[in-house]
Design a protein around this ligand. Sequence first.
Ligand code: 5GP
Length: 173
Amino acid sequence: MEQIVTYLSAEQIAERVKALAAEIQRDYEGKRPVLVIVLKGSFVFAADLIRAIDLPSLRVDFLAVRSYEGTESSGVVQIVNDLSRPIEEEDVILVEDIVDTGLTINYLLDLLQTRKPKTLKVCALLHKPARSRVAVPIDYLGFTIEDRFVIGYGLDFGEKYRGLPFLGVLQRA
Ligand code: 5GP
């Protein structure tokens, strides 16, 4: 039997997301940034984030990438669904749920750079430095976490648990 143990509570997450939103709002005052939300895992984080950023011209777009099978990185990043519009000369903020090995975000940054945005920043809810394989610049970071496989708040384990309102870890009971 496995049980879910809270790793970061809904309240802890909400407080941190508000702080990140305030930083973004301050840095992009008077601009029209595009949040590029990396599906599927980031959709819950992004939904909370945009509702806390008071910038009327903020836009969103989505990139769907194929993620892990189970808990291990396949090392292969595949774009399942591309952006709906060009990002040339735009102020882009890439929104990720978690930077683990860094391979996904590294690949996406390289890809988006070729489309010549004016600026390109990264906003990630979680970072697991213990598993880092490539250095990734994270401009807005929610939490640095230990080497644990977390679920909930949009993050899955085999497509399950995305709807949990908090971040948890699975433990054998
Ligand atoms: P990376 O390419 O940085 O190793 O992995 C990024 C992706 O792997 C994330 O967007 C996420 O989909 C998945 N991932 C990495 N660590 C975790 C984790 O602890 N829990 C879950 N649910 N997914 C993870």
